[in-house]
Structure formats: C-alpha cells, structure tokens
Design a protein around this ligand. Structure first.
Ligand code: CMC
Length: 424
C-alpha cells in the first residue's frame, strides 16, 4: 500500500508526496509547504531532515549497517584497496582490472604538489594546527588546477590530482612541523605505503612495513564515506553556491576538524591520557560524562545515526590488535579504552541513550602506535574522507541542485526606529 502523508497547519490541509528510497526509507517531501501554508519546518541539527536523495552510501543506524554503493563495509575492508573503493564511490561501480591499473598509475604520476604549497606552509606559524594548514593548502590549489573539464584515468583531473596530492601535503605538514627534511613521493610505492614512507622515512618510526601500510589503507577505506555527515553536508552546501571544488573540500576539512566530528579521534587520545594522568581509573570519566553540568562528553562515544555498534568501530578494534601486535607495543591506552568501553556499555545512562563506541574511539590508538602525533589524527580522517566528499560534490552538482539556503524562525526585536549616537 502506498504511504501517504498529510499535514494540517491551522485550517489548511496539505497532502504531501512521499519518497521511498531503495532500502525502504521514507521521506516526506515538504517542498510545497511554505507556498501552500506559509509555514516552514524546524529541525535544529537536521536530525529529521533529508538534504536530498543520494545513491552513494547507505547506513542503517539501528542495525549497524554501512554500505558503499551497495557493498557492505566488511567486504570492502577485507578485500579491496582504498583506490578501488575511491573509484567505487566516485563512479558507482567497482573498477575493472584495466581501470584500476590506470588509476594506480595516474595517482602515482600526479603526486607532485605545486611549488606555492610550500610557501603557504612556510607562512604558517610553527604552532598552526595541521587541519588549518591542510585547509589552507587545499583552497589555494584552485589557482593551480583550474582545468575543470580535463580527465585523467577516467576521473576529473582536479579530483584525481587532489587525491594523489593530499597525502603528500599531509606528510609535508608533519615534516615541517618537526623540522625534518621533506621526503619526495616515491612512485614505486602505492598510496598508503608512499604516505607512510614520506611521513616517517629517516625518523626511526616504521615507514616500510607492508602490514602497517595495509592497516593504513584499511583505515582510509573505513573513513571513505558516511553519507550526509557534517563535513560532507558542508562540502555539498558550499558546492551548491557553485564555489569551486577545492573551496568546497577545504570547507569540508574545516567542518571535520571539530571534536564532535573528525576531531574526536584526537580528543579520545587526549581523554585517555588524562585518565592515565589521574591514576588510570575510568569511573570518574563515566560519571563526568553522565553529569550534564560538567559539559563533558565521553569522546568517541555516541552517534547521530548509529544506535547500535558502529560497524567501523568493530573493524578498527580488530585492526588495533593487529597493529599493536605487529609493532610489539603493549598499549596502556588500548587496555584503558577497552575498560572504558565495558564500563560505559554496562551503565544505564549509555544503555538508555544507545551510546556505543564510534569510528573515532579506537582509531587514535592505532595512529599513535604507528607514530602519528595526535594533531595529525584528523588529517588522516580527511585523507580517507576525500573520495566521499568528492562523490557527494559531483552528485550534488550533477543533479537539479538548488543553492542550499535554510530558512529560520526569527525571534529577535520587532521593527523599531534608529536611535542617533548622541541620544543613546
Ligand atoms: N557522552 C555523554 N553523553 C552523550 C554523548 C557522549 N559522548 N553523546 C550523546 N550523549 C547524550 C546527550 O547528552 C543526550 O542526552 P539527553 O537525552 O539526556 O539530553 C543524548 O545522549 C543524545 O545526544 P545528542 O546530543 O542529542 O546526540 P547528537 O546526535 O546530537 O550528537 C554526537 C551526536 C556524535 C555529536 C554525540 O554523541 C557526541 O558528542 N559524541 C562525542 C563526540 C564524538 O565521539 N564524535 C564523533 C562522532 S563519529 C565520527 C564523526 O562523525 O566524525
């Protein structure tokens, strides 16, 4: 039976069209609401608002399901490479062997960043956060890569180049911050392996291990898309004004930076450090997180959509064991995180609100074991999320997108006469 929806606003009754997605999700199309009734909807935080239709990623927060273009994240994480997944997100289908070979070759051939990126980095004070530097570098790339219509290996040239250059820029940011000489990209190494090499060569940290590079690649896959999250919505919104691709992605980087979004991976490790500092007991953190007056939240816990285990968190937890094992590290933070997870999941406050560990809860522990300083964690998230942002930017701009422009209910002063300065 067809689903119908009607709304009454005062004396007005309006029948509204209902859109049903391919997984049975129901959306009420309120496009005529204001014209017909004068009213708008109010949904702070957009918890009930669909920004549009999308064919990229499906997630079911109640069941803990995440699929890119229909493929379960567990299968992609177990079998595909990050570049393969990037192609899938961007093109809608898995690449053929020839398409993937072309993509790999093109990515390797386009890693050189324009000279001015070095100047941008040099102009930043030493203590600038890496996410600020990343956003600055990306937005200035619009001046070097303006050939919007060209294609490389079947992808828009701008987008292929940014994918190839983002890890290079990230490695430059890190090495400059440490006063280390820059390491040029190595076209013999694949995406994640080259990134680790550029980051850590000559530092005594693990830069060449295949298992660690595979773990990095897997982490990029797990972060590659997550439908209409805060940063992706930002990318779509900025793109809706017809701002260029680089400006839109740079805006996404800024949105990702916040501790309630991608910045949570840094915040989790800082929180775990604080617990260690205070003697290693988790009870006070759980108590503080439950106390609304404290303003504190258990970082890496809870999600707008997942009301069950975040499937990415499950996969990352397994990876944490693999990486720590490989690096021969006995990580006090991992034990602490497991203890904290158990304490929270047994607590009525978290159970009632369906708050589970999210993608950021265990990722920082792996990144730290790999040798990344915590300020770089969210940069790693950004590298992983780039294909998702790009796929959404393309989808939004290819469709019948209108500029994103929410309305509001005004609650300020009514009209009043200007008071001259001398009379105030
Ligand atoms: N610790 C303590 N209480 C929490 C937490 C938490 N981490 N998360 C949610 N709550 C409580 C919240 O106080 C509210 O309680 P009440 O109903 O009594 O008012 C209830 O749970 C519902 O929370 P909400 O604020 O309505 O949830 P939201 O959907 O607006 O926020 C969130 C989602 C992810 C921002 C939030 O859970 C949070 O702040 N988590 C910590 C930060 C974090 O880990 N962020 C990473 C998110 S996943 C990756 C990503 O998006 O980048």
């Amino acid at each position: 039976m067809a689903i119908t929806a009607e709304i009454r606003v005062g004396a007005d009754k309006l029948d509204l069209p209902v859109i049903v997605g391919s997984e049975g999700e129901v959306g009420i199309d309120i496009g005529t609401l204001r014209d017909k009734t004068g009213a708008i909807t109010l949904d702070p935080g957009y918890g009930n608002t669909g920004a549009g239709e999308s064919a990229i990623t499906f997630l079911d927060g109640e069941l803990g399901i995440l699929r890119y273009r229909g493929y379960p994240i567990e299968q992609l994480a177990g079998s595909a490479s990050f570049l393969e997944v990037s192609w899938l997100l961007l093109k809608g289908e898995l690449p053929t062997a020839a398409e993937l070979a072309n993509l790999i070759a093109a990515e390797r051939a386009n890693r050189a960043v324009p000279d001015h990126v070095q100047a941008v980095l040099a102009a930043c004070p030493q203590n600038t956060h890496p996410m600020a530097m990343l956003a600055s570098c990306i937005v200035t790339l619009s001046s070097s890569h303006s050939d919007e219509d060209d294609a490389i290996a079947g992808l828009p040239a701008n987008q292929l180049r940014l994918m190839a250059q983002l890890p290079v820029i990230a490695a430059y940011i890190y090495r400059r911050s440490q006063g280390l000489p820059l390491v040029p990209p190595d076209s013999e190494r694949d995406y994640a392996a080259n990134f680790l090499h550029m980051m850590f060569a000559g530092t005594g940290k693990q830069s060449d291990d295949v298992a660690i590079a595979n773990a990095m690649d897997l982490l990029f896959i797990l972060h590659a898309d997550h439908e209409q999250n805060c940063s992706t919505s930002t990318v779509r919104l900025v793109g809706s004004s017809q701002a260029d691709y680089f400006a839109s992605v740079a805006a996404g980087v800024c949105a990702l930076w916040g501790p309630l979004h991608g910045g949570a991976n840094q915040a989790v490790v800082e929180m775990l450090d604080e617990i260690v500092h205070r003697g290693g007991k988790v009870d006070w953190v759980v108590a503080q997180a439950k106390d609304k007056a404290s303003g504190f939240r258990l970082m890496g816990f809870g999600h707008r959509v997942y009301k069950n285990f975040d499937p990415r968190a499950k996969l990352i937890k397994v990876q944490a064991d693999v990486v720590l094992d490989k690096l021969g590290k006995d990580d006090e933070q991992l034990d602490l995180a497991i203890g904290l997870e158990h304490a929270a999941l047994a607590d009525e406050y978290f159970v009632q609100r369906k708050l589970y560990p999210n993608v950021d809860f265990y990722s920082g522990i792996i990144y730290r074991a790999m040798g990344f300083p915590q300020e770089m964690f969210t940069v790693l998230f950004a590298i992983g999320r780039l294909p998702g942002w790009t796929a959404h930017w393309n989808e939004h701009n290819a469709g019948k997108a209108r500029i994103g422009r929410p309305r509001q209910i005004y609650t300020g002063r009514n009209a009043r006469d200007f008071v001259p300065l001398q009379a105030r």
